[in-house]
Design a protein around this ligand. Structure first.
Ligand code: NAD
Length: 499
């Protein structure tokens, strides 16, 4: 098999290519079936990956249950805090290995992997280690008929075993965003990274084991989603809660699986995010910001901007500025801003190119891009596409309603603030918005009318990890981040003591 999305095949043993195995009950495990993970840069085989079968997932869940009821479940909050900091130290000690793993699977700019992916992964472990250690419950003096009173107080208890399912677009960042709070609160976890990005997660198993995690507290399984490892895991009756980041349609399938057993879910799903640029904005900053929010990670960030609405007096100037910035992108460049990696896979490239074609059918004007670059070398076997800016589509066009998840944005003019707000909110999604203006009152006025989980003003992707993160409508369910993660990854319990 040559496709990274291929179904399981027999292990290609004897080759030099590494084998990414599952980590179950404190041991490396195989299932007898593997699939091939290819590089999106040039299509070469990066790794063979074990495709976990039902039996292996049964073992992982059983190991997690034993750990939750055993040594790991008896760790105190301060022991868990120390463990999480040791994990963060371990990642830092092997920082460049993690960067290489992430770059190898995704082809992204090295600086981006350093700054965004791995450094933020370390920060996730440190943030939740400290948050949980400082968390406190509620205490009430409760009145009773006999006048003596009662003391009511709350404690937090872990769910037990949490399934963590993550996507390929920011593999390490999104995985650790969930693993850290789940472990900090004392859950055992069974983690399934995307089949497209098995490598940094596999490395993390070594670090977590070296940090002193008891066997079974952390388990990693590899494999595909529907009808395979992901579905087996989310349907497994031994799972107590499910946290998922990925496509909205997958979230809906997982929600159906979670209904069996009435398990709590936390979903971070798709988006179709708008940027509103007012004529009073600092134009250069707005252009740099919107270009970054369009092209970062080749447009494969759930928060990326796919719709830009620009106040009419600066529309032409803005379109020209975006064109110039698209032309400045460097294929394969290492710089976090101007470097442009490939899309994750041939399969995803087909989807994105389908939207490039659809845009033309729907009547778009292509300002820049719209196709695939030709290199005349090995990279022609990769999954590259051109950074693309389009204009001229009606708001009802599918390209303005459906998530593309590639380096493409549409720019449309608006005349009034009210019209801009209406256009931004005209979507089934509701993840993020960006407002570019120098008018402080307008910034606040418009921001609070965005139907999203987060609105940025004169910036983008600036995250304070303590704030709630998530989407409304088809963009998600629940919030994670800071104490909001603590709310999801444990259950409060009340104890009432009669005095
Ligand atoms: P995806 O939904 O295809 O896959 C995500 C994960 O779910 C993978 O590990 C996959 O194997 C697994 N999976 C697939 N089908 C499953 C099933 N039926 N049961 C259980 N598991 C299953 O998403 P993707 O293509 O990897 O990621 C891109 C999507 O993720 C985009 O829609 C993007 O907007 C979204 N995303 C959202 C956020 C957010 O915070 N809101 C962040 C990043 C990505």
């Amino acid at each position: 098999k040559t496709s990274s999305s291929a179904r399981p095949t027999d292990d290609n043993s004897g080759s030099d290519t590494p084998l990414r195995r599952c980590w179950v009950g404190g041991q490396w495990r195989e299932s007898g079936a593997t699939f091939v993970k290819t590089s999106p840069v040039d299509g070469h085989c990066v790794a063979h990956v074990v495709e976990a079968d039902k039996a292996l997932i049964d073992d992982a869940v059983a190991a997690a249950r034993r750990a939750a009821a055993g040594e790991w479940g008896r760790f105190s909050a301060s022991q868990r805090k120390a463990l999480l900091h040791r994990i963060a130290d371990g990642i830092e000690n092997r920082f460049e290995e993690f960067v290489a793993a992430e770059v190898g699977d995704t082809g992204r700019p090295v600086e981006q992997a350093r700054i965004l992916d791995i450094r933020r992964g370390v920060a996730n472990f440190r943030l939740f280690a400290d948050l949980v250690a400082d968390a406190s419950g509620e205490v009430y003096e409760t009145e009773t008929p006999d006048g003596e009173g009662a003391l009511s107080y709350t404690i937090s208890r872990p769910h037990g075993v949490v399934a963590i399912i993550s996507p390929w677009n920011l593999p390490f960042l999104l995985l650790t965003w969930k693993i850290a709070p789940a472990l900090a609160l004392g859950n055992a976890v069974v983690v399934k990274p995307s089949e497209e990005t098995p490598s940094s997660a596999t490395l993390l198993c070594e670090v977590i084991a070296e940090a002193g995690m008891p066997a079974g507290g952390f388990n990693l399984i590899h494999g595909h989603g529907a009808g395979a490892a992901g579905e087996f895991l989310t349907r497994h009756p031994g799972i107590d809660a499910i946290t998922f980041t990925g496509e909205t349609g997958t979230g809906q399938a997982i929600m159906r699986a979670a209904a069996e057993g009435v398990r709590p879910v936390s979903f971070e799903l798709g988006g179709k995010n708008a940027a509103l640029v007012f004529a009073d904005a600092d134009l250069e900053k707005a252009l740099d910001g919107v270009a970054r929010s369009t092209f970062l990670n080749c447009g494969q960030v759930c928060l990326c901007t796919e719709r830009v609405y620009v106040e009419r007096p600066i529309f032409e100037q803005f379109v020209a500025g975006m064109k110039a910035r698209a032309e400045r992108m460097v294929y394969g460049g290492s710089d976090a801003v101007t470097g442009l990696g490939p899309l994750i896979s041939h399969e995803h490239r087909e989807k994105v190119l389908g939207y490039y074609r659809l845009a033309l059918e729907e009547g778009a004007t292509v300002v820049v891009g719209g196709g695939t670059p030709q290199f005349g070398d090995d990279r022609d076997g990769g999954s590259w596409v051109e950074p693309t800016v389009i204009t001229g589509l009606p708001q009802t066009a599918r390209c303005l309603q459906e998530e593309v998840f590639g380096p493409i944005t549409h720019i449309a003019p608006f005349d009034t603030e009210e019209e801009a707000i209406g256009l931004a909110n005209d979507t089934v999604y509701g993840l993020a918005a960006a407002v570019w203006t120098r008018d402080v009152s307008r910034a606040h006025r418009v921001s609070r009318r965005m139907r999203v989980g987060i609105t940025w003003v004169n910036t983008w992707f600036q995250r304070d990890l303590r704030t709630p993160f998530g989407g409304v409508r088809l963009s998600g369910l629940g919030r994670e981040g800071g104490r909001h993660s603590l709310d999801f990854y444990c259950q409060p319990m009340t104890i009432c003591v009669k005095i």
